[in-house]
Each structure stands twice: as structure tokens, then as C-alpha cells.
Design a protein around this ligand. Structure first.
Ligand SMILES: [Zn+2]
Length: 250
């Protein structure tokens, strides 16, 4: 059985002191495949080393919508394109729109999002999408391109999920569905087509346990929860999600 973390920042500085231990726990939990999201030079360098060691890891490079302020220049996009080519990255992401924490950079976010979708389209790569309080604009932008990809950390409605699915996207759920009182993700998971479902931690972020640094091994708890919701045993669920994961990169 192979478990997959469809979105984690394993190259993040937050893992610089204990990345080896995190990898060991990941192995012990049977998490053998992952998408390593790398936004920024440090994370990219670490991500490249990780992929050399682990054939099940995919590399996703991007400029994150929350990282725009320090530089709005087109040079950043050129650098990203070079980094993607040099590392032979598998995906562009996470990219998208965040009107929750950075509403003042809306115009620039839209420009950088469009440019990164264009890049993915040129390079024939799938995309990993970050969308917060921006679903209408996200959907409008995605409609302009014919791309495969993943809507990361989904917490919206079933109706919105259906629209993304119609466009060809996979929907990935994080640990927020384990927070007490969060019923919506479970409802969407229960009714959506199983062949578009994925699971992720967003480690080191979004831990359901206060004070705990989230790590890819923790994805096992989310698999448990989803296997209950879908009434599937773990092995069957793991096999289905592995097929979904491979389909994104095919
Ligand atoms: Zn993330």
C-alpha cells in the first residue's frame, strides 16, 4: 500500500533541522509519493535534493500569491521558467489567488496567476492551485486554459467542486476536515467522483493539532477519515488515490 501526500512543503526551512527524521516517519507511515511544493530558492534547492533520492516525489515550482509584495517584476517569472527547466520540475504550483490575506495585491495576483498558467500550458505541465476567498476569479482564469491539475486544500461547496471537476481538475483535501465542527469537506468528499479525489497535509502548515508541526506522515490520519466517509478500506482507497495521482502527471 502506498499513501500519497499531494501537497507538502518538505523543502521548507521549518524542516531544515529534522528533515531526515521527517522522511523516516514518512516511510514508516507508507507515504512513498508526494508533491513537494517549492516557492522560493531555498525550497527549490532542497526539493531538487529530495527528488534525487525519492523517485516517488514530484516537484512543483511557483511564485506563491502571498509572496508577491517584495517584487512584482516580470524578471521573477523568467527566473521561475529557468528554474523549472533546470530542475525538470513536474508541475507549476502552488499558484493562484489569495484575497483573504492579501486583498490589496489583487491585480498583481491575477497577472502572476495568468502568467504561470500560460507557462504551464507552454511547458505541458499540470498546475497546483491555491484559491482563498477567490473562487469566482479562480474559475474564470482556469477556464481560459486547458490544463490538468489539482485544487489544493479545498474547503468550498459541492457545486464549486463540480465546476472544477468539469474543467478536468482533481480536488485535494487537507487536515481541516479533521477539525471539530468542519462538516463541509466531509459532505463534498462523500458525494464527489472518487477518481478526482486527492489528500494532502500542506505540511508544515495546517496542522489539526495545536503546537504540532504538520508533516507528510500525518497524511495517514486524513486517509483514515476519508476511508470512513467513503466506506472504503484503506488499501482500496490508497490504490484509487494512487491512480488519481498518476493521472495528473500522465
Ligand atoms: Zn501549500
Amino acid at each position: 500500500m502506498v499513501l500519497i501526500d499531494a501537497h507538502c512543503h518538505l523543502g521548507s526551512r521549518q524542516f531544515d533541522g529534522n528533515r531526515e527524521d521527517v522522511l523516516l516517519r514518512m516511510k514508516a507511515a507508507q507515504v512513498r509519493k508526494a508533491i513537494i511544493i517549492c516557492c522560493g530558492e531555498h525550497d527549490r534547492q532542497e526539493g531538487i535534493k529530495l527528488k534525487e533520492r525519492e523517485p516517488g516525489f514530484k516537484l512543483a515550482f511557483s511564485i506563491h500569491p502571498q509572496d508577491l509584495e517584495d517584487d512584482f517584476s516580470a524578471k521573477r517569472l523568467e527566473k521561475l521558467r529557468e528554474a523549472v527547466a533546470d530542475a525538470n520540475a513536474d508541475m507549476i504550483g502552488e499558484t493562484g489567488l489569495d484575497y483573504y490575506s492579501h486583498p490589496h495585491t489583487k491585480q498583481e495576483q491575477l497577472e502572476f496567476f495568468r502568467a504561470q498558467l500560460e507557462m504551464a500550458s507552454d511547458l505541458g505541465l499540470p498546475v497546483d492551485i491555491h484559491s482563498r476567498k477567490a473562487s469566482a476569479d479562480t474559475l474564470e482564469m482556469l477556464k481560459r486554459f486547458r490544463l490538468k491539475g489539482i485544487i489544493h486544500s479545498y474547503s468550498g461547496s459541492s457545486e464549486m467542486a463540480d465546476l472544477y471537476i468539469k474543467l478536468g481538475y482533481h480536488i485535494s483535501f487537507g487536515a481541516s476536515m479533521l477539525f471539530p465542527g468542519s462538516k463541509k469537506p466531509a459532505q463534498v468528499i462523500a458525494h464527489m467522483p472518487i477518481d478526482r479525489l486527492l489528500i494532502e497535509t500542506d505540511a508544515p502548515y495546517q496542522s489539526p493539532v495545536k503546537g504540532h508541526v504538520h508533516e507528510p506522515a500525518d497524511v495517514a490520519a486524513i486517509y483514515q477519515a476519508v476511508s470512513g466517509i467513503r466506506n472504503m478500506d484503506m488499501r482500496e482507497l490508497a490504490d484509487r488515490l494512487e491512480e488519481n495521482f498518476e493521472a495528473v502527471f500522465r
